[in-house]
Design a protein around this ligand. Structure first.
Ligand code: SF4
Length: 344
């Protein structure tokens, strides 16, 4: 059986090359790209300046992976969560965060995730499959054209570990950055990771300009390995070395995410230890209380604990921001995405 290519996941030059292969003029490649990436079109019949013969040839060799809107929710703070059904019946979620003067769109890269971090609902699903680049890009296009908004930032912080699906994520970054597409530059894109060192080094070698966000959550290996099993493979010292490497090539400060879990990683000792660990590292720390998830058996830290932790980090001179939880009431906050739990 011939496998059809993911047309929404193809760069402009790849579509132009395809035109050559199927003996069509190369300008048609640009037209196809503009329909898909520039105008968010996903049906052949909507591409009305393309000849019927070309559409038929494309339909035999390629497909535009569907993202069927299934459900959506709106939280009290204006956060919107979208559930999409994929061609094989799998489901993914994307989250649109509304700020006073801009939007941030959080997208998924995998159906589920294999890293099983203690505090994460997606990890409870296990990994079902990687998303294709056209399914990752498609989330942005769906939300942009349906909601008629332009997100200022796109963050790979939805379901899945982006660096575990690196080829598709890189494709998406290049597709989103195309001026005939959405023109979302790398500096407006954040890649979040649990800390896959070889892939971080690969990003560094590519000299990307994206923000790298490390989900840190503990200042020492023993605790981090309990919260995030990946730490047993890639411990903190090596992780920080890879982060330094990324900073050196990109010039961009690394963002460290630290979710405070009541009684687990939120004591003054942890804060001092974290300050010592990051020291003069070119870092920015985002502190947030861990969000509740089903069957997790933990709670997020309270306000007083958060303030105490924050003041210790600030006193040490580290740049730190408290990230307020968004969309918690619709299970759209960090660590809460899991379409299986949303089913009723
Ligand atoms: S936090 Fe990220 S890496 Fe960890 S289980 Fe969740 S999706 Fe996977």
């Amino acid at each position: 059986m011939e496998i059809r290519q993911d047309l929404r996941g193809m760069k402009k030059e790849e579509i132009v090359n395809l035109m050559e292969e199927i003996k069509e003029p190369s300008f048609r490649g640009e037209q196809v790209f503009q329909w898909i990436q520039g105008r968010g079109v996903s049906k052949w019949e909507q591409m009305h300046n393309l000849p019927q013969g070309l559409k038929e040839k494309l339909a035999t060799r390629t497909f535009i992976p569907p993202l069927k809107p299934d459900r959506e929710w709106e939280g009290q703070d204006g956060t919107r969560k979208f559930l999409f059904e994929l061609f094989d019946g799998e489901k993914i979620e994307s989250v649109l965060l509304k700020h006073p003067d801009h939007y941030t769109l959080c997208i998924s890269t995998q159906v589920g995730c294999r890293f099983n971090c203690l505090f994460c609902a997606t990890g409870k699903m296990g990994l079902k499959r990687n998303l294709m680049a056209g399914e990752i890009t498609g989330q942005v296009l769906e939300v942009v054209f349906r909601e008629k908004i332009k997100p200022r930032n796109v963050v790979f912080m939805g379901m899945g570990e982006p660096l575990d699906n690196l080829e598709a994520v890189l494709k998406t970054i290049y597709l989103l950055g195309d001026q005939q597409g959405q023109n979302i530059g790398q500096r407006r894109i954040t890649i979040s990771t649990c800390g896959l060192i070889p892939e971080i080094n690969r990003l560094a070698a590519l000299e990307l300009q994206c923000v790298l966000a490390i989900s840190l959550n503990a200042p020492a290996d023993d605790l981090r390995s309990k919260l995030m099993p990946i730490n047993r493979t890639y411990p903190l010292e090596e992780l920080l070395r890879a982060c330094q490497n990324y900073f050196t090539t990109s010039g961009r400060r690394i963002s460290f995410e630290y979710a405070l879990i009541k009684g687990i990683n939120d004591t003054p000792d942890h804060a001092h230890h974290l300050a010592a660990l990051l020291g003069k590292f070119p870092a920015h720390i985002n502190l947030l209380p861990a969000n509740p998830i089903q069957h997790a058996g933990f709670e997020g830290a309270g306000e007083e604990t958060l303030k105490r932790f924050l003041s210790i980090l600030e006193a040490s001179g580290l740049p730190v921001t408290v990230r307020r939880s968004r969309g918690q009431d619709i299970q759209a906050a960090c660590g809460q995405l899991n379409p299986l739990e949303g089913e009723d």
